[in-house]
Design a protein around this ligand. Structure first.
Ligand SMILES: Cc1ncc(C[n+]2csc(CCOP(=O)(O)OP(=O)(O)O)c2C)c(N)n1
Ligand SMILES: [Mg+2]
Length: 613
């Protein structure tokens, strides 16, 4: 017998279960599990197949499709993209609830396999419950919404299509360049249909990440540029993690005396107190990194997308003669900013550069300047994160307490609001993986579900989730899953009664306080949301504290707790750390009756003139 008769859903599950990955000499399942919310369109087909395979490929139940996909994506990020999860949904709303998460994975270049149920391929009973009917195009379903936010998208309308499609899916999910969300839409009738599949396709397959070496000419050009540099700076992005190159970077920077600045995704590549680490760069950067970026004559961007928060909307590399070099596995990213491209795996590229640099290192005066500037920034962080004894502390002061509780081994998880900027500037990460920020899509509601995924990936590390009241209200339901699955989180909820960071942005653009803080809305009664009560209702051991001293004590209790523990603290919505930072391009209206807007417009136009084109 060289074939096996399976339903399409059974074949999907069997194929996924046969995929393995080699990590540090150990073979592990590529898919750690499947998140599922069943409904019509997946309960009969995928549900039955997953039940039969539950010992090999565990199925996890969630409360919200976007939330479960966040957990899956966070899992993959915390695994350095080497292991991942799949998500199956019903048709219609269950499916499109995942579109936001697909976009999140797309922006962050993170692997996740989305398996939304779909309408009948035969169309026999059309229109079915939840079917979107287009008058002019019979081939469109709600799942077409995934197309622009998937790296690979397919709809399996015949069993014969499945294997080529799955093969391509796995290739994309494990490819360092293409890596991102894959959507395979599974019409409900096709899921249930049986077919003779060749047995060979289900053989155990071990995947290894491709690590491309640099091209000889590109390597020569970038090596020469580095040798000629008097003021080199490395910008480390998320690609450093995904290449497993944190140690390689730490060694390279130290040997060559090159300061390293970190993007949001790259933060933690070097321990905060590594002698070359000058801190965060860009809009939410340290003064040290941003001052060095302004003077640098050669910027080696390693594994970064060079997003606007990193480049300060292309105003940060202010030295007119400055040259960029882009070490990136994707040519797409390597050439950004008119950089000299060095297309390669980050680790392989750094090793090749190192080999060609002879005894070159950055001038000692530049190294000394970097250390001086960093020492200044270290004192800023000490100052702004210290407890000032306030009843309404700042985000930075709360962050300081959480950072002290997390120590060198804890992991911080966050995504949106004012916190990511403060964390980028101020958090001290002890070792790789300790800083998990989703700041590609900066999606409100990622925090708690993401924390769950992080905890599943790294069960031995204490996982701290910092979340604003706004993000919490948007999506909190997977907290109950963390409780039920005994995947412990420590959640610190900062209640500043509104969208604090957008209120500050509005103010900076000359806008009136309007529709961001609860007090500036048309609400007839000011909401007084009992967050502690809500967290408790979802199953977390919860306390509400006033001020940082109480928070420190609560964090000790939280660390001692075996189960998910939440702490609510009221904070001041107005202050944020003024030190460090850089310009961000947010257009201010040319016309307004408000003089504040006119003044902001003037500042905007002046800053805009500094933008590198
Ligand atoms: C899904 C989503 N909607 C809207 C935004 C725009 N946005 C960014 S931060 C923010 C407010 C966040 O409020 P909160 O979580 O309370 O944090 P705070 O700003 O108060 O620190 C908004 C509306 C977003 N990033 N994500
Ligand atoms: Mg808030």
């Amino acid at each position: 017998m060289d074939s096996v008769r399976l339903t399409v859903a059974q074949a999907v599950v069997r194929y996924l279960s046969a995929q393995y990955v080699e990590i540090d000499g150990q073979e592990l399942p590529l898919f750690a599990g499947v998140w599922a919310i069943f409904g019509h369109g997946n309960v009969a087909g995928m549900g039955e197949a997953l039940h039969a395979a539950r010992d090999l490929l565990p199925t996890y139940r969630a409360h919200n499709e976007q939330g479960m996909a966040h957990a899956a994506i966070a899992y993959a990020k915390a695994q350095g993209r080497r292991r991942m999860m799949a998500c199956t949904t019903s048709i219609g709303p269950g499916a499109v609830n995942m579109v936001t998460a697909a976009a999140l994975a797309h922006v962050n270049r993170l692997p996740v396999l989305l398996l939304p149920g779909d309408v009948f391929a035969t169309r026999a009973p059309d229109p079915v419950l939840q079917q979107v009917e287009r008058f002019e195009d019979a081939t469109v379903s709600a799942n077409d919404c995934f197309r622009p936010v998937s790296r690979f998208w397919d709809r399996i309308t015949r069993p014969e299509q499945l294997m080529p499609s799955l093969r391509r899916a796995i290739q994309v999910l494990t490819d360092p360049v293409e890596c991102g969300p894959v959507t395979l839409c599974l019409p409900q009738d096709v899921q249930a249909e049986a077919h003779d599949f060749p047995l060979s396709v289900f053989e155990r397959t071990v995947r290894r990440t491709r690590r491309p070496e640099p091209d000889r000419d590109e390597l020569a050009a970038v090596t020469e540029a580095l040798r000629g540099a008097k003021k080199p700076l490395i910008v480390a992005g998320g690609g450093v993690f995904y290449s497993g190159a944190c140690d390689a970077l730490a060694g390279f920077a130290k040997r060559r005396g090159i300061p390293v600045a970190e993007t949001q995704a790259g933060k933690g590549a070097l321990a905060w107190d590594h002698p070359c680490n000058v801190g965060a760069i860009g809009v939410t950067g340290s003064s040290a990194a941003n001052e060095l970026a302004a003077e640098a004559d050669l910027v080696l961007a390693v594994g970064t997308r060079l997003a606007d928060f990193t480049t300060a909307s292309w105003t940060i590399f202010a030295n007119r003669g400055a040259r960029l070099a882009g070490l990136n596995v994707a040519a797409f990213d390597a050439v950004k900013g008119d950089a000299l491209p060095l297309v390669a795996d980050a680790g392989r590229g750094l090793a090749a550069l190192d080999a060609g640099l002879g005894d070159w290192s950055a001038p000692l005066s530049w190294q000394a300047l970097a250390q001086e500037r960093t020492a200044v920034w270290t004192r800023v962080v000490d100052r702004v994160t210290a407890d000032a004894g306030l009843d309404l502390p700042t985000d930075a002061q709360v962050l300081g307490a959480v950072n002290r509780a997390a120590g060198r081994d804890g992991t911080i998880v966050c995504a949106a609001g004012g916190l990511p900027g403060e964390l980028h500037k101020l958090w001290r990460s002890g070792r790789p993986g300790g800083y998990h920020l989703e700041y590609g899509f900066s999606c409100m509601g990622y925090e708690i579900a993401g924390g769950l995924g992080v905890k599943m990936a790294c069960p031995d590390r204490e996982t701290f989730v910092m979340v604003g009241d706004g993000s919490y209200m948007m999506l909190n339901s997977e907290l109950a899953v963390s409780v039920a699955m005994k995947r412990k989180l420590i959640v610190v909820l900062l209640d500043n009664r509104g969208y604090g960071c957008i209120n500050r942005l509005q103010n900076a653009c000359g806008g009136a306080p309007f529709n961001n803080l609860l007090r500036d809305t048309h609400y007839e009664t000011l909401p007084d949301i009992d967050f502690a009560g809500h967290l408790r209702a979802l199953g977390a051991v919860t306390e509400k504290v006033t001020g940082v001293a109480q928070l420190e004590q609560a964090l000790e209790r939280a660390k001692a707790s075996p189960v998910t523990y939440a702490i609510v603290i009221d904070t001041d919505p107005l202050p944020s750390t003024r030190d460090g930072g850089a310009w961000w391009d947010v257009p201010v209206p040319e016309l307004s009756t408000r003089p504040e807007v006119a003044a902001a417009r003037e500042r905007y136009v002046a800053s805009k003139a500094r933008q590198r084109r």
